[in-house]
Each structure stands twice: as structure tokens, then as C-alpha cells.
Design a protein around this ligand. Structure first.
Ligand SMILES: Nc1ncnc2c1ncn2[C@@H]1O[C@H](COP(=O)(O)OP(=O)(O)OP(=O)(O)O)[C@@H](O)[C@H]1O
Length: 507
């Protein structure tokens, strides 16, 4: 997508850089992240943003920028934090090193309500996170905003170079998105980001790269691999989509996955490996060992089915790519989880046989792409489901009986959430099993049965999560139904633990 007038974000290492890309895309423009040393290879930018970074500009290893090349693009440039300090130095000014860090909220006072600060209110809260500050201003520099102490926090050099000391991309900068938008409005001919155009381009690229080879992909029923498989299908290439049923899916899920792909017009090969997995897991209570058994067996089953792949498609998303790029600078995408045979994939990757068409997209954009491919909402809005499936919701030994109890409880809970309009409001919900027997009474008889734990959380990125305050009437309805209908359960618990310290799943 480098041919279009996109927004090039140069990454100087700030923890917030990815957020800048997100914000720009949320504003409707296409943005892409680059390393500063790749400035010559950013195609045709319509605007350039220099991110913040952890280093001081005075550090001998501080990342630099080819200023002549930067000016040569002739487009508006915005330096954020480190980016602003670097620009000031390039314009002949100076930066004062400090070992004291300014971290937290500050008041923003624009000098005039125009340009970057058009429509921005006085005293608007912005978020600071820096130690060095600008000392002498560079050539043709004017101060365009100050903080509550009168210290310059935003500069402009000439007509089209801007700098801001604070971080507009974080939500603690209350009008940060508007400031970013104002900056983007100074750029000419920025192409709006339209998923339809993006889709067309992806399809063209897939056709070109794949030609008449066969592409293999694993489909889990989850959003990423479903969108991937439908996209490949839409491109008309020869796809072999493989679904491994490891016997750890939810109630009727394997059938549902098959039906969903049928609805989507994608043929899949479903491998029923459930007995293999259950046999391998028999008698193993240790959570780590269970994961390893599942991961390794998946790899064996998947690759035994595939044989020799001419090409492999993976549903790698943008955050995965960025994560690995900033770790090792190799820009090679992270290999997705335990699900793929890493050495096998690395080999294919070296030979240029791994296709990652979704690698420029964030999760919500993948959903949008899925939508434009005609994938129905009930598939796109599915809750995330862990790779090792119900195994992580069944502490202790895994048996078919235990899995079936979980399946029954889970189906009752999820159906109730759907019926009462809660399913789409929560990030993830499920019922698990606590395989501890406690005393109860069923009918006139004393019972001695397990407990089920219901969990419903909201989260943005799964890194943190909060439990959902579901209405007591809904919990009562679910509890009654489970206690009446699921044999083996005489207790229903609702998990009210936040993450951290608890995790979303139990294992
Ligand atoms: N049961 C399965 N059968 C076939 N392929 C699978 C299966 N589970 C996972 N995969 C493959 O491994 C990849 C990574 O799995 P992971 O559980 O991490 O899901 P994910 O990254 O959320 O992707 P998705 O949304 O497609 O599930 C999937 O995108 C898919 O290609």
C-alpha cells in the first residue's frame, strides 16, 4: 500500500508508537510504521510522523534521521516527544538533557486557535512522558503552545514542520486525536483508508504471489483464520483449508465450524483427531504438560495432513508483526503460538513461501475486512477462544465426562447471554469446571458433585480484564438451569476476579 498517499510513522522506540498508527487509521487515513533508517523506502507518504522514544537525543546511540531525505518528501512532518526534540536539533536548535522525568498530566495552552490547535480548548489536559526538553529554538521556529508554567510544549518550524512534547495518541491527552487530525488536515491529497480498496489490493497481491500454487491454511473457526480463508477463496487461488478437531471444542462447535464454512462457500478438510488428543491427555493433571501435549499433537496432526506445502498462509496481524519487529528488528513476523511447527514454518519463510495477507491490519480492521467479504456478524463477533480449547477451563485431569459437563454448562450460559443481549457486550464468557466434589441435596438424596465457574469479562486487549456485573436475575436463571439440567454439577459460582492478578482462563 506504499503507492498511496499514506501517513508514514517512523518508530523511534516509544511504547506508544503503535497507538499513533491506530489513531491515524481511526481518523480514516492509512498509516504504516517504519524504522527511521528505512526512510528512503517509505514509498509515497502524504505526511510523516516521528514518534517518541526512550533515549535522550544526546546519547551516542540515539536514533537519527536523514534530514535532507525527510525534507525532500515535501510533506508535513510532525515530531512527537523525541521526534520534536530531534527536529529542533535538525533545525539548528538544542535540547537540554535532564535526569528528571516529567510524567503525567499537564495543561495545554495554545498560542493561537489555528493550525494544529484549531478548536482546542485552553487548559486541555495532555499527557507528558519525557526527561529531555528543548533549550534553544531552531531556525524559523515559533512556539505554538505552552504548558501551565509557560514552558513551550509545541513548536513549528517554517510552514510544515510541527513538534509536540506531549503524547497526542494516548487517551489521557483529552483532545489529542483532534490535534492529530488537525495535523493531517495540513497534508494534501491524503488518501482515505477504505477497506474496500484495501481488499481489492490484497486480492491482487495474493493472486500475483500465489499464481497456480496450492496454499495451505489452518482454520480454527476463529475470526483471523476465517477471514484469511475467505479472502484466499475470494482471490480464486487453490486453497486447502484444514480444521483440526482436537476434541476440546465447545458444545456442537466442530459441527458449527463446518456449517459456517459451508455458509461461506469455503471447502474445508475437517480432521477428527479428538480420540488421539483425549488418549494423549489421559491421566495428566499438570497444566503446562497438558498444553505441551496439545501443542505438539496439533503440530503432528496438522503437518501429517498437509504433507509438503507449496505455500502456507497465516493469519498474522499487525500487532504481531510490530511486536517481533521491535524485538529483533528483523521484521519477520512472529510465528503464531504453539499451533504451527516453528522450524517447518521458518524453513518455508526463508523460501518466501509464507503468506501473511492480514499483517497490516489490526483486529477491528480484520473484522471490517471480514464484513466486506460478506462474513456474517455472528461469525465475526465470536468471543476469542483459546488454542488449547476447553483444556484450559478444566483444571486437573481431562476426561470426556468432564468435558461434556463443561460443554453443557457453557452452552446454557452463552445462550442466556445471547438471549438477554449480553453476548456482544462482553469480551469473553464461558463456564468451566472445578473438579472438587462438594455436598448437596438433589431431590431427597444427598449429592456429591462438582462445581462450575461462570466467567464473563470485558477487556480491550486481553492484557487486563475486569469481570462483568451481570444482572443477578440473569445469573439466577443460568444457575437454575444448570442445576436442573446438568448432571454432575450441584454448585454454580460466578468468578469476580480481575486480571491481574487472575487470568481470564483458569489454566
Ligand atoms: N483447531 C485448529 N485447526 C486448524 N488450525 C488451527 C486450529 N487452531 C488454531 N489453528 C491455526 O493456528 C492459528 C493460531 O491459533 P490461535 O489459537 O493463536 O488463534 P488466533 O490467533 O486467535 O486466530 P483465530 O482467530 O483464527 O483463531 C490460527 O489462526 C489457525 O491458523
Amino acid at each position: 500500500m506504499e503507492e498511496i498517499n499514506h501517513v508514514a510513522v517512523l518508530d523511534f522506540g516509544s511504547q506508544y508508537t503503535q497507538l499513533i498508527v491506530r489513531r491515524v487509521r481511526e481518523l480514516g487515513f492509512f498509516a504504516k510504521l517504519y524504522q527511521p533508517e528505512d526512510l528512503a523506502e517509505i514509498g509515497k507518504p502524504g505526511a510523516i510522523i516521528l514518534s517518541g522514544g526512550p533515549m535522550s537525543t544526546s546519547h551516542p546511540d540515539a536514533p537519527d534521521i536523514d534530514f535532507e531525505l525527510l525534507k525532500g518528501y515535501g510533506v508535513p512532518v510532525l515530531g512527537v516527544c523525541y521526534g520534536m526534540q530531534l527536529l529542533n536539533i535538525k533545525f539548528g536548535g538544542s535540547v537540554e538533557a535532564s535526569d528528571r522525568r516529567e510524567y503525567g498530566p499537564a495543561g495545554l495552552y495554545p498560542v493561537a486557535s489555528e493550525g494544529l490547535y484549531e478548536g482546542i480548548t485552553d487548559k486541555s489536559q495532555v499527557w507528558m512522558s519525557h526527561s529531555d526538553t528543548v533549550k534553544n529554538l531552531g531556525e524559523s521556529c515559533k512556539v505554538i503552545a505552552k504548558n501551565q508554567h509557560g514552558t513551550p510544549v509545541s513548536l513549528q518550524w517554517g510552514e510544515s514542520f510541527y513538534g509536540i512534547q506531549f503524547h497526542p495518541e494516548v487517551t489521557h491527552s483529552h483532545e489529542g486525536t483532534r490535534i492529530l487530525h488537525n495535523f493531517l488536515l495540513t497534508a494534501k491529497d491524503l488518501e482515505p483508508f477504505r477497506i474496500e480498496d484495501f481488499k481489492r489490493e490484497l486480492i491482487e497481491n495474493i493472486k500475483k504471489t500465489v499464481g497456480d500454487k496450492q496454499v495451505v491454511c489452518g482454520v480454527s473457526g476463529g475470526v483471523d483464520s476465517t477471514v484469511l480463508a475467505v479472502l484466499l477463496n475470494e482471490a480464486g487461488v487453490n486453497v486447502r483449508a484444514i480444521f483440526v478437531d482436537q476434541g476440546l471444542m465447545r458444545k456442537n462447535e466442530a459441527e458449527e465450524v463446518k456449517n459456517n464454512f459451508h455458509r461461506l462457500g469455503v471447502e474445508i478438510e475437517a480432521i477428527d483427531a479428538s480420540k488421539l488428543f483425549l488418549d494423549a491427555l489421559a491421566g495428566e493433571p499438570d497444566p503446562e504438560k497438558k498444553r505441551v501435549i496439545i501443542g505438539n499433537l496439533f503440530i503432528d496432526v496438522f503437518w501429517d495432513t498437509v504433507g509438503n506445502a507449496e505455500m502456507l498462509a497465516q493469519g498474522t496481524l499487525y500487532p504481531d508483526v510490530i511486536e517481533s519487529a521491535s524485538n529483533d528488528k528483523s521484521k519477520a513476523s512472529k510465528i503464531k503460538t504453539h499451533h504451527n511447527r516453528v522450524d517447518r514454518i521458518l524453513e518455508l519463510q526463508k523460501q518466501g513461501k509464507v503468506l501473511e495477507p492480514l499483517a497490516e491490519l489490526f483486529k477491528d480492521e480484520v473484522r471490517e475486512l471480514g464484513h466486506s467479504l460478506g462474513i456474517p456478524d455472528d461469525i465475526l463477533n465470536r468471543h476469542p477462544f483459546p488454542g488449547p480449547g476447553l483444556a484450559v477451563r478444566c483444571p486437573g485431569e481431562i476426561t470426556l465426562e468432564r468435558l461434556n459437563v463443561i460443554r453443557d454448562c457453557d452452552a446454557i450460559f452463552i445462550n442466556a447471554l445471547k438471549e438477554h443481549g449480553w453476548y456482544d457486550k462482553v469480551w469473553q464468557a464461558y463456564a468451566g469446571l472445578i473438579p472438587v466434589k462438594t455436598v448437596g441435596v438433589k431431590g431427597d438424596e444427598r449429592s456429591y458433585e462438582w462445581a462450575t465457574n461462570l466467567r464473563a469479562v470485558i477487556s480491550e486487549d486481553a492484557m487486563t480484564a475486569d469481570w462483568v456485573e451481570l444482572p443477578p436475575s440473569l445469573l439466577r436463571e443460568v444457575s437454575n438451569k444448570i442445576l436442573n439440567e446438568v448432571s454432575g454439577i450441584n454448585r454454580v459460582l460466578y468468578d469476580i476476579s480481575t486480571k491481574p492478578p487472575a487470568s481470564i482462563e483458569w489454566e
